[in-house]
Design a protein around this ligand. Sequence first.
Ligand code: EPU
Length: 422
Amino acid sequence: MKRYIIKGPNNTVKGEVNISGAKNSCLPLMAASILFKNKVILKNVPFVKDVYTMKDLLISLGAKVNFSESKKMMTIINKKKHKLIVPYKLVSTMRAGVLTMGPLLGRYPQKKIKVALGGGCALGVRDTNWHLAGFKSLGAINSLDKGYVNISAKKGLVGSKYKFPKVTVTGTSNIIMAAIFTKGTHYLKNISIEPEVIDLIKFLNNSGADIKFLGKRSIKITGIKELTNGTHNIIGDRIEAFSYLCVGAITKRKLKINNINPVHLRSEISVLKKIGYKIDKKPNSIKVSTNKKLIPVNIKTGPYPNFATDNMPMLLAVLSTIQGKSQIQETIFSNRFMAAAELKRMGAKISIKKNKAIIIGQKKLNSADCISSDLRTTFSIILGAVAANGSSTISRIYHGLRGYYNLESKLRKIGVKIVSKN
Ligand code: EPU
């Protein structure tokens, strides 16, 4: 099992990082290919582990998927008919497997779709009740059988309306994909407007779908007959971008992040500025540097455009090194402070009370041997190790490779002293 050894403090950090396409855009776009009878071409693809898992999932449904890593491109060709069962093996390793429910139902509403329920994950219970309620609003019924949810709409899907009780990212994508060919018009309220959902809507509209915004979080989807011309350039990954901005921030070194729309990191950038970091934005890049005293902050995560829960573990690491008392309130997941225990092993002073973390920033962190437990925790620990005195070992790096493309080489290129061992 791969582990990283990082020698800190890395005051050699400098240069530029080219950000890859967004994993959380790529996965729903791949799932959306099920809705197409012809070819789908995706560009700016991040070839991370989850994307390979989604490839296996689409192949198991009957699609042909070709990857060209050198061109950052993938082509998906669908057969006339898909298999209608999504096995547990693939959904259990990647929560995003649930994203196949919507397009399978949208394309084959009168058949029985059988999708394994993913269950919980390291972040806490991750329910699909609002996905299922959204399908029900379109006329689909569901039942649970041995861990699989069976969904079908004998009379076909008919547009009506559904309001999400709370914002759900994959829930929104799923209902949009299910409703593409619906009879009539379907109205959705309180949808997720994360950049990755907007990317999916753009892709579908450019391919012939009729999805219109009625307000900030409301859309109407009018059923169409067919999707065509499925070619799309995936947006840059705002979580990967913030992760590397934090490498610059925690080392107080100048770093430039390319291939990212700064608007997608509006809240995160304003938090970095509040701490005292200097941020220079261009339409497709962000520079971070430090030229004044850094101060603690209080923040709260929330659905976009608020501070992303996925970016919180990285901020936790940065705040651990900023003297004074900071506070983070997590509002999306019940168990998102796993990085705290590992950072504490490096000398960070963090106390967790329910959904709040109180951080007393330290002048120095010291190296430690750490174990990663999920995707974003991996990067949070890397940040701790980059700032700490001495050599830290981080094991179970495979969690990080689910979502960070070329992690080790990107870190090495900007001056992080990193080696990997099996
Ligand atoms: N929820 C329910 N019922 C539902 C759906 C969601 O109770 O039917 C709850 C969840 O349990 C959670 C909250 O609502 O407490 C929000 O969950 P959401 O559905 O928005 O999360 P998701 O769609 O499963 C996506 C990203 C996550 C990211 C979250 C929040 C993808 C593939 N995954 O998950 O990404 O943390 O939105 O922004 O888009 C990551 O990349 O590291 C990652 C975990």
